[in-house]
Design a protein around this ligand. Structure first.
Ligand SMILES: [Fe+2]
Length: 273
């Protein structure tokens, strides 16, 4: 499994690829490219060459994850089969805009909608037939804990079926929701690679989360000199106490990160494009 965490500033754009399939997680396209940020369209042309983009996962509705231009560009150019997104939300302006775009795209592109709310017992937690290369296990969101857009984020483990390599999508999930997830799922959360929740915010991580996810590698997606001062120093301490390797897109001056997980080892390097 290849995991490309593209440096797009304060937000997220991740591409994962297997032998034949690819999946995009979040679609922030920077309005103007700052030094150190990756030209996403150019990177996609290289990363997706010879691959089929099967799906797009929108981990959350806020505009650092769901970017209208980004998702439309990806959908129009690469025509995936499905889009996965959180169902439960407060009707904020950002969430309503996101839903309208998804509805419009699903109608015009014949996309399959995978709208996730674990409170709805009809919603499966496992998606094993939406990719040749990857299986998906969902841990969040749940309507009862939808206390904010952050806590409506998708938390989902992507497993490469050929190798067993795993990557945990975490969105902007915060501690109150994590406490429930950990209590319910414990070691089911175990993953080789973890996206740092909420860009390395200290309100997105606990020692318990790290104990159960127990990743080899944590990857933070954050902007250089961002206003939130992500990643937080205390959060990095928590990551490093449980994970041998921690990388960030905003350290030292902006870098995209290419991670290869083969089920045995995890290796990360700067993605040069
Ligand atoms: Fe975010």
């Amino acid at each position: 499994m290849n995991i490309y965490t593209l440096h797009v500033g304060q937000g997220q754009f991740v591409v994962i690829t297997g032998k034949s399939d690819a999946v995009i997680i979040d679609t922030l396209l920077p309005a103007t490219l700052k030094e150190g940020e990756t030209h996403v369209i150019g990177a996609l042309a290289k990363i997706l060459a010879g691959k089929k983009l099967v799906g797009v996962i929108v981990s959350g509705f806020d505009d650092d994850h769901f970017c209208d231009i980004g998702v439309k560009t990806v959908m129009n150019k690469y025509r995936p089969d499905w889009v996965m997104y959180p169902r439960t939300y407060k009707p904020t302006k950002a969430a309503s805009a996101c839903f309208k775009t998804i509805e419009d795209l699903c109608e015009s592109k014949n996309l399959m909608k995978l709208s996730i709310d674990l409170k709805d017992e009809k919603d499966p937690r496992f998606y094993n037939n939406i990719s040749h290369d990857f299986a998906f296990e969902v841990f969040s969101p749940h309507k009862d804990d939808m206390t904010s857009s952050n806590n409506s984020s998708i938390v989902c483990k992507v497993k490469e079926t050929a190798t067993g390599a795993t990557y945990l999508i975490t969105g902007d999930t915060e501690i109150p929701r994590w406490n429930k997830i950990v209590r319910l799922f414990k070691s089911k959360l175990k993953s080789d690679v973890m996206a740092a929740p909420h860009h390395g915010s200290k309100n997105g991580i606990t020692a318990d989360v790290m104990k159960y996810v127990s990743p080899e590698t944590v990857i933070i997606s954050a902007g250089v000199d961002n206003a939130y001062k992500h990643p937080n120093v205390e959060a990095i301490h928590v990551y490093k106490a449980h994970a041998p390797k921690v990388y960030s897109t905003n350290i030292p001056k902006g870098q995209s990160i290419h991670t290869v997980a083969d089920g045995q080892t995890v290796k990360s390097n700067v993605y040069e494009g």
